[in-house]
Design a protein around this ligand. Structure first.
Ligand SMILES: C[S@@+](CC[C@H](N)C(=O)[O-])C[C@H]1O[C@@H](n2cnc3c(N)ncnc32)[C@H](O)[C@@H]1O
Length: 422
C-alpha cells in the first residue's frame, strides 16, 4: 500500500500504512472504524500538519492516532470516561517506556506476593458494583486476581505511566480475563474461563505498549487533546474558528448501549461505582438506544421541523401499534429516533462556530433497521439536517455493506461528506 503523506519531520510513513493495529490495539471497540478510512479522508481533504482535526465522538481514538502518526494536531471528545482515558493514553507517547516497564514489574511482583499471602481468602466486588455487571461477566478466580492487581497498581501508583497501565489492564479485562464476547452486542460465553494468568497477561500487554511507544515517540510530537465531554455541549472545550476538518463516527440509532459494552472494565477500574455514575455517563451520550432515554430529554426540539424524522418516528410508532407490541422499550423506539437525530442536530449546530470557513467534514454512519425493521437511512437524514443548518453536502459515499441478522437484509454504512463555508 502506498500513500504520499509525509510526517512533520518528513519521514515517509508508508511502513505504518499496513493495516497496522499496534497503538490502535491497546484497547479498542470491536467495531471501531478502520485506520485506512481516516487516512482516506485526510488525503481527500488535503489536511496538512498546520491544520487541526476534530473527532467529536472519538471512541478509543482511531482518528486521533492516525492524525498523530502523520504529525497532524487533533482534538477528540468522548463522553464515556474509560473510553476517553483510552484515547488519551493512546495518543500520549511522551512517557518513558522504561519507567512503564519497571513500575509494572514492581507492581506485578507486589501483586504476586499479595496473592500468596491471601491464600484462600478470595476478593469479591461490593454488591453495589456487582449489581452493575452483566451476570457471569468474569469468573471468581480472575476477578480476585484482577482486584488484587488493581489495589497494588493504586498502592504503587506512578502518575507518569498510570494511564497506560490502566488501559493495558482494561484491554486484558475485556479480552483475556472475562467471559464476554462481542458480536457486536456484548454477551456472556457458555464456556467460562475458570482461571487466567492475570498478572502475566497484563505484563505482556504492558510490554507491547512500551515497544510501540519506543517506536512511535521518534516520529512526531504534535498534540492530541482528548476531552471528557458531551459533543452536544462543546461551547467551552474547543476554541471558536479553530477546526479545519472533522472525521468521526457517532453512534447509530441501533439499541447498542456503549455503557454496557464497556461496563466490566468501567466498574472494576472504578470509573463507574454506582447507579448514579452510570446514569450520569448515559445522560452525556447521544440517545441511540432505549436504555438511555430519560423523561427530561428534549433534544427532539432540534428537529421539530424536519419532516423526514417526524415521518420516520410516526412510521415506527404506527408499526408498533399494528404489531400489538406493548413493552416499555418498544414504546420508546420512535422517541429514540427523534432524540437521536435531535442530538445530532444540536451537535452540528454548536459545531458551526468552531469550524474555520472551508472546513471539511466526514461522518461515518450506518443505516439501521433495529426498530420493527423500519429502515432508518441514517446518512441521508443527517445530510438533510446538516443542509438545513447551512452545511454544504458534497457526497454520501458508500463505506461498506453489512448483513443485518435482525432483518436478514444488507444495510449500508456511509460517509456523509460536507463542508462549512461560514
Ligand atoms: C461509534 S463509536 C466511535 C468509534 C471510534 N471511531 C473509534 O475508533 O473507536 C461512538 C462513540 O461516541 C461516544 N459518544 C456517544 N455520545 C456522545 C456524546 N454526546 N459526546 C461525546 N461522545 C459520545 C460513545 O461513547 C462512543 O465511544
Amino acid at each position: 500500500m502506498s500513500y504520499a503523506v509525509q510526517s512533520k519531520e518528513g519521514i515517509e510513513l508508508n511502513r505504518l500504512y499496513q493495516e497496522d493495529l499496534s497503538v490502535h490495539d491497546w484497547y479498542r471497540f470491536v467495531l471501531s472504524f478502520p485506520p485506512h478510512l481516516v487516512r482516506k479522508y485526510l488525503n481527500k481533504f488535503n489536511i496538512s500538519d498546520n491544520q487541526t482535526v476534530l473527532d467529536p465522538f472519538c471512541g478509543t481514538g482511531t482518528t486521533l492516532v492516525e492524525c498523530k502518526k502523520l504529525g497532524i494536531p487533533s482534538i477528540g471528545i468522548e463522553a464515556n470516561p474509560i473510553v476517553q482515558l483510552a484515547a488519551a493514553a493512546k495518543t500520549d507517547w511522551s512517557i518513558n517506556e522504561k519507567v512503564l516497564i519497571d513500575n509494572s514489574l514492581k507492581t506485578a511482583a507486589y501483586a504476586q506476593e499479595k496473592l500468596k499471602s491471601l491464600g484462600d481468602r478470595i476478593k469479591v466486588l461490593e454488591p453495589e458494583k456487582n449489581n452493575l455487571l452483566i451476570k457471569n461477566s468474569i469468573s471468581a478466580a480472575p476477578l480476585h486476581k484482577t482486584l488484587v492487581l488493581i489495589e497494588e497498581l493504586q498502592e504503587h501508583r506512578c502518575d507518569e505511566v498510570f494511564n497506560h497501565q490502566t488501559i493495558a489492564l482494561a484491554k486484558q479485562i475485556v479480552y483475556s480475563y472475562s467471559n464476554l464476547h462481542f458480536g457486536p452486542e456484548v454477551g456472556v460465553s457458555r464456556n467460562k474461563k475458570i482461571d487466567v494468568p492475570v498478572i502475566e497477561n497484563w505484563i505482556n500487554g504492558v510490554y507491547s505498549i512500551a515497544k510501540d511507544i519506543e517506536e512511535y515517540k521518534k516520529l512526531t510530537h504534535v498534540e492530541a487533546r482528548v476531552h471528557l465531554a458531551d459533543s452536544r455541549n462543546i461551547v467551552s472545550c474547543i476554541s471558536d474558528n479553530s477546526i479545519d476538518a472533522v472525521i468521526t463516527s457517532p453512534p447509530y440509532p441501533n439499541e447498542k448501549d456503549y455503557t454496557r459494552t464497556t461496563r466490566l472494565e468501567s466498574v472494576l477500574l472504578g470509573f463507574i461505582n454506582n447507579k448514579h455514575d452510570l446514569r450520569q455517563c448515559k445522560e452525556n451520550l447521544l440517545r441511540s438506544n432505549t436504555r438511555n432515554v430519560y423523561i427530561t430529554d428534549n433534544d427532539e426540539t432540534w428537529i421539530k421541523n424536519n419532516l423526514k424524522v417526524i415521518e420516520l418516528s410516526k412510521a415506527i410508532e404506527n408499526k408498533r401499534i399494528e404489531l400489538g407490541k406493548t413493552s416499555g422499550f418498544e414504546k420508546y423506539y420512535h422517541r429514540v429516533v427523534e432524540l437521536y437525530f435531535g442530538g445530532i442536530a444540536k451537535h452540528l449546530a454548536q459545531l458551526r462556530i468552531k469550524l474555520r470557513p472551508g472546513a471539511k467534514l466526514a461522518y461515518v454512519v450506518g443505516d439501521q433497521a433495529s426498530y420493527f425493521r423500519v429502515l432508518i437511512k441514517t446518512g441521508e437524514i443527517i445530510a438533510d439536517i446538516a443542509s438545513d443548518l447551512g452545511y454544504n453536502i458534497e457526497s454520501i459515499d458508500l463505506f461498506r455493506t453489512r448483513f443485518s441478522s435482525s432483518t436478514g437484509d444488507y444495510i449500508n454504512e456511509n460517509v456523509v461528506v460536507m463542508n462549512w463555508q461560514g
